[in-house]
Design a binder for this molecule. Structure first.
Ligand code: PMP
Length: 407
Protein backbone atom coordinates (compact mmCIF):
# COMPACT_ATOMS: atom_id res chain seq x y z
CA UNK A 1 0.00 0.00 0.00
CA UNK A 2 1.16 3.48 -0.83
CA UNK A 3 1.85 6.11 1.81
CA UNK A 4 0.34 8.70 -0.55
CA UNK A 5 -3.10 10.21 0.03
CA UNK A 6 -4.54 9.63 -3.43
CA UNK A 7 -7.78 11.52 -2.69
CA UNK A 8 -5.78 14.59 -1.68
CA UNK A 9 -3.60 14.26 -4.77
CA UNK A 10 -6.70 14.09 -6.98
CA UNK A 11 -7.94 17.34 -5.47
CA UNK A 12 -4.81 19.01 -6.84
CA UNK A 13 -5.70 18.09 -10.45
CA UNK A 14 -8.69 20.27 -11.41
CA UNK A 15 -9.41 18.45 -14.68
CA UNK A 16 -10.25 15.30 -12.73
CA UNK A 17 -13.48 17.04 -11.64
CA UNK A 18 -14.67 17.21 -15.22
CA UNK A 19 -17.70 15.33 -16.42
CA UNK A 20 -17.55 13.66 -19.83
CA UNK A 21 -20.92 12.86 -21.38
CA UNK A 22 -22.48 13.03 -17.94
CA UNK A 23 -19.92 10.76 -16.28
CA UNK A 24 -16.96 11.66 -14.08
CA UNK A 25 -13.77 11.60 -16.15
CA UNK A 26 -11.75 8.39 -15.79
CA UNK A 27 -8.44 9.40 -17.32
CA UNK A 28 -6.41 6.36 -18.35
CA UNK A 29 -4.42 7.91 -21.18
CA UNK A 30 -1.45 9.05 -19.16
CA UNK A 31 1.15 7.59 -21.52
CA UNK A 32 -0.12 10.01 -24.18
CA UNK A 33 0.05 12.95 -21.82
CA UNK A 34 -0.32 13.36 -18.09
CA UNK A 35 -2.73 15.77 -16.44
CA UNK A 36 -1.40 18.89 -14.74
CA UNK A 37 -1.61 19.75 -11.05
CA UNK A 38 -2.90 23.17 -9.98
CA UNK A 39 0.66 24.27 -9.08
CA UNK A 40 1.66 23.95 -12.74
CA UNK A 41 -1.43 25.78 -13.97
CA UNK A 42 -0.82 28.51 -11.38
CA UNK A 43 2.77 28.88 -12.56
CA UNK A 44 1.59 29.41 -16.14
CA UNK A 45 -0.93 32.05 -15.06
CA UNK A 46 1.64 33.70 -12.78
CA UNK A 47 4.17 33.84 -15.59
CA UNK A 48 1.79 35.54 -18.00
CA UNK A 49 0.32 37.88 -15.40
CA UNK A 50 3.57 38.84 -13.60
CA UNK A 51 6.73 37.85 -15.45
CA UNK A 52 6.22 37.83 -19.20
CA UNK A 53 9.32 39.09 -21.04
CA UNK A 54 11.83 37.64 -23.46
CA UNK A 55 14.71 35.85 -21.79
CA UNK A 56 18.48 36.38 -21.72
CA UNK A 57 18.47 39.64 -23.68
CA UNK A 58 16.85 42.31 -21.59
CA UNK A 59 18.32 44.36 -18.80
CA UNK A 60 14.96 45.41 -17.42
CA UNK A 61 13.45 43.83 -14.31
CA UNK A 62 10.87 41.71 -16.09
CA UNK A 63 13.45 40.24 -18.44
CA UNK A 64 15.71 39.43 -15.51
CA UNK A 65 12.92 37.80 -13.54
CA UNK A 66 11.68 35.82 -16.53
CA UNK A 67 15.24 34.65 -17.26
CA UNK A 68 15.81 33.59 -13.65
CA UNK A 69 12.56 31.59 -13.59
CA UNK A 70 13.32 30.07 -16.99
CA UNK A 71 16.86 29.06 -16.01
CA UNK A 72 15.82 27.73 -12.60
CA UNK A 73 14.11 24.83 -14.36
CA UNK A 74 17.46 23.82 -15.85
CA UNK A 75 18.89 23.43 -12.34
CA UNK A 76 15.83 21.44 -11.27
CA UNK A 77 16.25 19.17 -14.30
CA UNK A 78 19.97 18.75 -13.68
CA UNK A 79 19.15 17.47 -10.20
CA UNK A 80 16.18 15.43 -11.39
CA UNK A 81 18.30 13.28 -13.73
CA UNK A 82 21.58 13.82 -11.83
CA UNK A 83 23.52 15.40 -14.69
CA UNK A 84 27.03 16.50 -13.79
CA UNK A 85 26.78 19.97 -15.36
CA UNK A 86 23.80 22.26 -15.82
CA UNK A 87 24.89 23.08 -19.38
CA UNK A 88 24.35 19.42 -20.26
CA UNK A 89 20.61 20.14 -20.14
CA UNK A 90 19.44 21.37 -23.56
CA UNK A 91 15.91 22.72 -23.72
CA UNK A 92 13.82 21.19 -26.49
CA UNK A 93 10.15 21.03 -27.43
CA UNK A 94 10.12 17.44 -26.22
CA UNK A 95 11.53 13.99 -26.77
CA UNK A 96 10.92 14.11 -30.51
CA UNK A 97 12.99 17.23 -30.93
CA UNK A 98 15.71 15.86 -28.66
CA UNK A 99 16.13 12.73 -30.77
CA UNK A 100 16.03 14.73 -34.00
CA UNK A 101 18.69 17.05 -32.62
CA UNK A 102 21.03 14.12 -31.95
CA UNK A 103 20.30 12.47 -35.31
CA UNK A 104 20.94 15.63 -37.32
CA UNK A 105 23.94 16.97 -35.44
CA UNK A 106 25.75 14.00 -33.89
CA UNK A 107 24.45 11.64 -36.58
CA UNK A 108 25.38 13.75 -39.58
CA UNK A 109 28.88 14.38 -38.28
CA UNK A 110 29.64 10.87 -36.99
CA UNK A 111 27.91 8.43 -39.33
CA UNK A 112 29.60 7.31 -42.52
CA UNK A 113 28.88 4.79 -45.24
CA UNK A 114 28.53 1.29 -43.79
CA UNK A 115 28.26 2.46 -40.17
CA UNK A 116 25.43 0.97 -38.16
CA UNK A 117 22.71 2.42 -35.97
CA UNK A 118 20.84 0.08 -33.64
CA UNK A 119 17.31 0.79 -32.46
CA UNK A 120 14.72 -1.64 -31.14
CA UNK A 121 11.52 -3.14 -32.45
CA UNK A 122 9.47 -1.33 -29.82
CA UNK A 123 10.51 2.24 -30.64
CA UNK A 124 8.12 5.13 -30.98
CA UNK A 125 8.15 6.60 -34.50
CA UNK A 126 10.15 9.50 -33.11
CA UNK A 127 13.04 7.12 -32.44
CA UNK A 128 12.78 5.45 -35.84
CA UNK A 129 12.19 8.09 -38.49
CA UNK A 130 15.06 10.51 -37.65
CA UNK A 131 17.50 7.56 -37.84
CA UNK A 132 16.04 6.41 -41.15
CA UNK A 133 16.55 9.92 -42.52
CA UNK A 134 20.21 10.21 -41.48
CA UNK A 135 21.00 6.60 -42.37
CA UNK A 136 19.66 7.15 -45.87
CA UNK A 137 21.64 10.37 -46.23
CA UNK A 138 24.86 8.85 -44.89
CA UNK A 139 24.41 5.37 -46.39
CA UNK A 140 24.53 3.97 -42.88
CA UNK A 141 22.59 0.85 -41.92
CA UNK A 142 19.72 0.71 -39.46
CA UNK A 143 19.56 -2.47 -37.37
CA UNK A 144 16.67 -3.45 -35.15
CA UNK A 145 16.68 -5.47 -31.91
CA UNK A 146 13.72 -7.87 -32.22
CA UNK A 147 10.95 -8.06 -29.63
CA UNK A 148 9.94 -11.36 -28.01
CA UNK A 149 6.39 -12.68 -27.73
CA UNK A 150 6.22 -11.37 -24.16
CA UNK A 151 7.21 -7.89 -25.33
CA UNK A 152 10.85 -7.84 -24.22
CA UNK A 153 14.01 -7.14 -26.18
CA UNK A 154 15.80 -10.17 -27.61
CA UNK A 155 19.04 -9.44 -25.85
CA UNK A 156 21.02 -12.30 -27.45
CA UNK A 157 20.26 -10.81 -30.84
CA UNK A 158 21.28 -7.38 -29.58
CA UNK A 159 24.70 -8.78 -28.68
CA UNK A 160 24.95 -10.33 -32.15
CA UNK A 161 24.02 -7.06 -33.84
CA UNK A 162 26.50 -5.05 -31.82
CA UNK A 163 29.89 -4.74 -33.50
CA UNK A 164 32.73 -2.38 -34.24
CA UNK A 165 30.52 -0.90 -36.99
CA UNK A 166 27.87 0.16 -34.46
CA UNK A 167 28.13 3.91 -33.90
CA UNK A 168 24.99 4.60 -31.86
CA UNK A 169 22.33 2.59 -30.06
CA UNK A 170 19.07 4.45 -29.51
CA UNK A 171 16.52 2.70 -27.33
CA UNK A 172 13.43 3.39 -25.31
CA UNK A 173 13.64 2.89 -21.54
CA UNK A 174 9.91 2.26 -21.04
CA UNK A 175 7.74 1.30 -24.03
CA UNK A 176 4.71 3.54 -24.47
CA UNK A 177 2.84 0.75 -26.26
CA UNK A 178 3.62 -2.21 -23.97
CA UNK A 179 4.95 -0.75 -20.72
CA UNK A 180 8.10 -2.89 -20.90
CA UNK A 181 11.03 -1.59 -18.88
CA UNK A 182 14.15 -2.28 -20.92
CA UNK A 183 17.58 -3.16 -19.46
CA UNK A 184 19.15 0.08 -20.66
CA UNK A 185 22.10 -0.10 -18.28
CA UNK A 186 23.13 -3.44 -19.75
CA UNK A 187 22.69 -2.05 -23.29
CA UNK A 188 24.76 1.03 -22.48
CA UNK A 189 27.64 -0.95 -20.98
CA UNK A 190 27.73 -3.37 -23.90
CA UNK A 191 27.57 -0.57 -26.49
CA UNK A 192 30.37 1.35 -24.79
CA UNK A 193 32.59 -1.72 -24.96
CA UNK A 194 32.26 -1.53 -28.74
CA UNK A 195 32.88 2.21 -28.76
CA UNK A 196 29.27 3.15 -29.59
CA UNK A 197 27.29 5.89 -27.87
CA UNK A 198 23.78 5.39 -26.50
CA UNK A 199 20.68 7.56 -26.55
CA UNK A 200 17.92 6.68 -24.11
CA UNK A 201 14.36 7.69 -24.98
CA UNK A 202 13.06 8.66 -21.55
CA UNK A 203 9.65 9.95 -22.63
CA UNK A 204 7.80 7.31 -20.62
CA UNK A 205 10.36 6.52 -17.95
CA UNK A 206 11.00 10.00 -16.55
CA UNK A 207 7.81 10.09 -14.49
CA UNK A 208 7.92 6.51 -13.29
CA UNK A 209 11.57 5.51 -12.74
CA UNK A 210 14.43 7.15 -10.90
CA UNK A 211 16.74 8.58 -13.53
CA UNK A 212 20.45 8.97 -12.87
CA UNK A 213 22.26 9.68 -16.13
CA UNK A 214 25.67 9.42 -14.48
CA UNK A 215 24.94 6.01 -13.00
CA UNK A 216 23.42 4.86 -16.30
CA UNK A 217 26.37 6.41 -18.12
CA UNK A 218 24.11 7.09 -21.14
CA UNK A 219 25.43 9.60 -23.65
CA UNK A 220 22.08 11.19 -24.43
CA UNK A 221 18.73 11.13 -22.65
CA UNK A 222 15.55 12.72 -24.02
CA UNK A 223 12.38 13.58 -22.08
CA UNK A 224 9.10 15.54 -22.45
CA UNK A 225 7.60 17.78 -19.75
CA UNK A 226 4.03 16.97 -20.73
CA UNK A 227 4.45 13.30 -19.79
CA UNK A 228 5.71 14.39 -16.35
CA UNK A 229 2.78 16.47 -15.08
CA UNK A 230 4.25 19.53 -16.80
CA UNK A 231 3.22 21.65 -19.78
CA UNK A 232 3.31 20.73 -23.46
CA UNK A 233 5.95 22.24 -25.71
CA UNK A 234 8.83 21.81 -23.28
CA UNK A 235 11.37 19.04 -22.86
CA UNK A 236 15.02 18.38 -22.43
CA UNK A 237 17.89 16.61 -24.06
CA UNK A 238 20.71 15.57 -21.78
CA UNK A 239 24.05 15.00 -23.45
CA UNK A 240 27.51 14.43 -22.08
CA UNK A 241 29.31 17.75 -22.19
CA UNK A 242 32.21 16.55 -24.32
CA UNK A 243 29.86 15.14 -26.94
CA UNK A 244 27.66 18.24 -27.00
CA UNK A 245 30.68 20.49 -27.33
CA UNK A 246 31.98 18.54 -30.31
CA UNK A 247 28.61 18.43 -32.07
CA UNK A 248 27.72 20.88 -34.83
CA UNK A 249 24.85 23.28 -34.19
CA UNK A 250 21.21 22.40 -34.84
CA UNK A 251 18.89 25.32 -35.65
CA UNK A 252 20.47 28.64 -36.57
CA UNK A 253 19.13 31.96 -35.32
CA UNK A 254 19.13 34.25 -32.34
CA UNK A 255 20.56 33.13 -29.00
CA UNK A 256 22.70 30.34 -30.41
CA UNK A 257 25.37 32.74 -31.71
CA UNK A 258 28.31 34.58 -30.24
CA UNK A 259 29.08 36.89 -33.16
CA UNK A 260 27.52 37.20 -36.58
CA UNK A 261 28.99 38.79 -39.67
CA UNK A 262 28.09 37.96 -43.24
CA UNK A 263 31.45 36.28 -43.61
CA UNK A 264 31.39 34.14 -40.50
CA UNK A 265 29.36 33.32 -37.43
CA UNK A 266 30.68 32.00 -34.16
CA UNK A 267 28.46 30.04 -31.84
CA UNK A 268 27.35 30.47 -28.28
CA UNK A 269 28.48 28.10 -25.55
CA UNK A 270 26.45 25.24 -24.09
CA UNK A 271 23.55 24.95 -23.64
CA UNK A 272 22.59 28.00 -25.71
CA UNK A 273 24.42 26.75 -28.78
CA UNK A 274 21.46 24.39 -29.31
CA UNK A 275 18.68 26.79 -28.29
CA UNK A 276 17.96 29.05 -31.26
CA UNK A 277 15.08 31.50 -31.09
CA UNK A 278 12.62 32.45 -28.37
CA UNK A 279 11.76 29.33 -26.40
CA UNK A 280 8.46 28.31 -24.79
CA UNK A 281 9.36 30.41 -21.78
CA UNK A 282 6.13 30.00 -19.83
CA UNK A 283 6.15 26.24 -20.31
CA UNK A 284 9.70 25.89 -19.04
CA UNK A 285 8.90 28.12 -16.06
CA UNK A 286 5.89 25.93 -15.25
CA UNK A 287 7.89 22.74 -15.73
CA UNK A 288 9.75 23.42 -12.47
CA UNK A 289 6.72 23.07 -10.17
CA UNK A 290 5.91 19.79 -11.96
CA UNK A 291 9.39 18.48 -11.14
CA UNK A 292 9.06 19.69 -7.55
CA UNK A 293 5.66 18.06 -7.31
CA UNK A 294 7.09 14.72 -8.42
CA UNK A 295 10.00 15.12 -5.98
CA UNK A 296 7.63 15.91 -3.12
CA UNK A 297 5.46 12.86 -3.73
CA UNK A 298 8.56 10.76 -4.35
CA UNK A 299 8.88 8.54 -7.39
CA UNK A 300 9.24 5.44 -5.22
CA UNK A 301 5.94 6.19 -3.49
CA UNK A 302 4.25 6.89 -6.79
CA UNK A 303 5.62 3.67 -8.23
CA UNK A 304 4.16 1.59 -5.39
CA UNK A 305 0.71 2.92 -6.22
CA UNK A 306 1.17 2.70 -10.01
CA UNK A 307 2.39 -0.90 -9.72
CA UNK A 308 -0.61 -1.79 -7.58
CA UNK A 309 -2.89 -0.23 -10.22
CA UNK A 310 -1.14 -2.15 -13.00
CA UNK A 311 -1.37 -5.47 -11.15
CA UNK A 312 -5.01 -4.94 -10.26
CA UNK A 313 -5.90 -3.89 -13.80
CA UNK A 314 -3.99 -6.83 -15.29
CA UNK A 315 -5.88 -9.30 -13.09
CA UNK A 316 -9.26 -7.66 -13.79
CA UNK A 317 -8.72 -7.56 -17.54
CA UNK A 318 -7.57 -11.18 -17.66
CA UNK A 319 -10.91 -12.23 -16.18
CA UNK A 320 -12.74 -10.88 -19.21
CA UNK A 321 -13.46 -13.43 -21.89
CA UNK A 322 -11.62 -12.98 -25.17
CA UNK A 323 -9.11 -10.38 -24.01
CA UNK A 324 -5.42 -10.87 -24.75
CA UNK A 325 -2.79 -8.71 -23.14
CA UNK A 326 -0.03 -7.57 -25.48
CA UNK A 327 3.23 -7.21 -23.61
CA UNK A 328 3.68 -9.31 -20.49
CA UNK A 329 7.24 -8.42 -19.67
CA UNK A 330 8.53 -9.21 -16.20
CA UNK A 331 9.30 -5.53 -15.64
CA UNK A 332 6.57 -3.09 -16.64
CA UNK A 333 5.57 0.44 -15.79
CA UNK A 334 2.04 1.81 -15.83
CA UNK A 335 0.87 0.59 -19.23
CA UNK A 336 -1.66 -2.15 -20.02
CA UNK A 337 -2.18 -2.90 -23.70
CA UNK A 338 -4.66 -5.47 -24.93
CA UNK A 339 -6.75 -6.69 -27.84
CA UNK A 340 -10.17 -8.30 -27.85
CA UNK A 341 -11.27 -11.14 -30.15
CA UNK A 342 -13.53 -10.04 -32.98
CA UNK A 343 -13.71 -6.45 -31.76
CA UNK A 344 -11.92 -3.42 -33.22
CA UNK A 345 -9.99 -1.36 -30.64
CA UNK A 346 -11.48 1.89 -31.93
CA UNK A 347 -15.06 0.73 -31.33
CA UNK A 348 -14.14 -0.06 -27.74
CA UNK A 349 -12.53 3.35 -27.35
CA UNK A 350 -15.70 5.11 -28.51
CA UNK A 351 -17.98 3.09 -26.22
CA UNK A 352 -15.68 3.66 -23.23
CA UNK A 353 -15.65 7.39 -23.97
CA UNK A 354 -19.44 7.37 -23.76
CA UNK A 355 -18.91 6.36 -20.11
CA UNK A 356 -16.29 9.06 -19.53
CA UNK A 357 -13.39 6.61 -19.70
CA UNK A 358 -10.41 7.87 -21.69
CA UNK A 359 -8.11 5.20 -23.12
CA UNK A 360 -5.94 5.20 -26.20
CA UNK A 361 -6.62 2.92 -29.14
CA UNK A 362 -4.52 2.38 -32.23
CA UNK A 363 -0.87 1.83 -33.04
CA UNK A 364 0.51 4.26 -30.41
CA UNK A 365 3.04 5.65 -32.89
CA UNK A 366 4.70 2.24 -32.92
CA UNK A 367 3.45 0.68 -36.16
CA UNK A 368 6.39 -1.73 -36.59
CA UNK A 369 5.68 -3.09 -33.11
CA UNK A 370 2.02 -3.65 -33.98
CA UNK A 371 3.14 -5.45 -37.16
CA UNK A 372 5.39 -7.63 -35.00
CA UNK A 373 2.29 -8.82 -33.13
CA UNK A 374 0.22 -8.96 -36.35
CA UNK A 375 -2.38 -6.57 -34.94
CA UNK A 376 -3.60 -3.20 -36.23
CA UNK A 377 -3.42 -1.72 -32.77
CA UNK A 378 -4.33 -2.21 -29.14
CA UNK A 379 -6.50 -0.69 -26.47
CA UNK A 380 -4.15 0.93 -23.98
CA UNK A 381 -4.93 1.93 -20.43
CA UNK A 382 -2.04 3.81 -18.84
CA UNK A 383 -1.91 4.87 -15.23
CA UNK A 384 -0.65 7.76 -13.16
CA UNK A 385 -0.46 8.45 -9.46
CA UNK A 386 -3.93 10.04 -9.34
CA UNK A 387 -5.73 6.97 -10.70
CA UNK A 388 -7.70 4.72 -8.37
CA UNK A 389 -8.74 1.09 -8.07
CA UNK A 390 -12.37 2.23 -8.49
CA UNK A 391 -11.48 3.66 -11.87
CA UNK A 392 -10.07 0.29 -12.89
CA UNK A 393 -13.31 -1.36 -11.80
CA UNK A 394 -15.13 1.13 -14.02
CA UNK A 395 -12.81 0.29 -16.91
CA UNK A 396 -13.47 -3.43 -16.47
CA UNK A 397 -17.25 -2.88 -16.26
CA UNK A 398 -17.13 -0.57 -19.28
CA UNK A 399 -15.21 -3.15 -21.26
CA UNK A 400 -17.64 -5.94 -20.44
CA UNK A 401 -20.60 -3.81 -21.50
CA UNK A 402 -18.86 -2.64 -24.67
CA UNK A 403 -17.95 -6.18 -25.67
CA UNK A 404 -21.54 -7.26 -25.03
CA UNK A 405 -22.79 -4.55 -27.37
CA UNK A 406 -20.25 -5.22 -30.10
CA UNK A 407 -20.44 -8.99 -30.29
N1 PMP B 1 9.06 8.19 -27.19
C1 PMP B 1 8.10 7.60 -26.49
C2 PMP B 1 8.36 6.26 -25.87
C3 PMP B 1 6.87 8.23 -26.34
O1 PMP B 1 5.90 7.64 -25.63
C4 PMP B 1 6.65 9.49 -26.92
C5 PMP B 1 5.32 10.19 -26.81
N2 PMP B 1 4.20 9.38 -27.05
C6 PMP B 1 7.70 10.06 -27.64
C7 PMP B 1 8.89 9.39 -27.75
C8 PMP B 1 7.57 11.40 -28.27
O2 PMP B 1 7.40 12.37 -27.31
P1 PMP B 1 6.87 13.82 -27.68
O3 PMP B 1 5.65 13.61 -28.54
O4 PMP B 1 6.55 14.44 -26.37
O5 PMP B 1 7.96 14.50 -28.41
Amino acid sequence: NTVLDIAAIRNGFPILNRKIKGHPLVYLDNAATSQKPQVVIDALVHYYTQLNANVHRGIHTLAEEATAAFEATRDALQQFINAKYREEIIYTRGTTEGINLVAYTWGRSNLNEGDEVIISGMEHHSNIVPWQIVCEEKKAVLKVIPVTESGELEMETFYQLLSGRTKIVSVVQVSNALGTINPVKEIIDAAHQKGAVVLVDGAQSSLHLDIDVQALDCDFFALSAHKMLGPTGAGALYGKKQLLEAMPVFNGGGEMIKEVTFERTTYNELPYKFEAGTPNIADFVAFKPAIEYINTLGKKNMRVHEDALLRYATDKIKEIDGIRIIGEAKEKASVLSFVIDRVHPQDIGILLDNKGIAVRTGHHCAEPLMNRFCIPGTIRASFAVYNTMEEIDQLAEGLKKAIGLLR
